[in-house]
Design a protein around this ligand. Sequence first.
Ligand code: 5RP
Length: 222
Amino acid sequence: MAMTQDDLKLAVAQAAIAYVPSDCIVGVGTGSTANFFIDELAKIKGKIRGAVASSEASAKRLQGHGIEVLSLNDAGDLPVYVDGADEITKHMHMVKGGGGALTREKIVAAASAKFICLCDQSKLVDVLGKFPLPIEVIPMAQSYIAREMVKLGGQPKLREGFTTDNGNVILDVHGLSIMNPTELEAKLNHLPGVVTNGLFALRPADVLLLGTPDGVQTMTVK
Ligand code: 5RP
């Protein structure tokens, strides 16, 4: 029987467990792939001290499994952060934030020694930008940032009815073809009112576990 996208997500989530050191606090991402990882983590919960979650939703799921959730302030630096992505290149640059958790994801990733990215093969792309780039924005800056995005050639759309865990809004910017992700990430970071942009390129993933019908491929930047 043909493998579904969920089968591929489960396979990469299972493979990620090998990257979790004994007795550690694990950084945990957000989204459907991260959920598979949380469910796998539950099976080895006696081996870890707890987790730092990148969203309220992931914290709830972890706690539902009886895994202790710590604040990043209490946990300190983490050995590993495990999360999905919306798009990733072979350079390990990513677009994230489809689930709207990009700010906390970027913070927990920054505080982690290793970023393990879990994707099914549909997420591996040559050029980022086909997936609309999420930008978390302070509400009063929404229109200003939208105009700035138009100047950059994008078509910003407010994510209707959505508020982030931090009380902000998300603009999803369509139509960008992101040839230089590190440059664009830095540029967007400097716009007043932008909390976080969904480019994860300045701090790329260290390992990509890619789910394919032929098995899980492990990729790193050479
Ligand atoms: C959430 C994210 C997710 O990692 C990304 O959206 C991928 O989600 P999924 O595993 O459901 O495809 O960045 O903010």
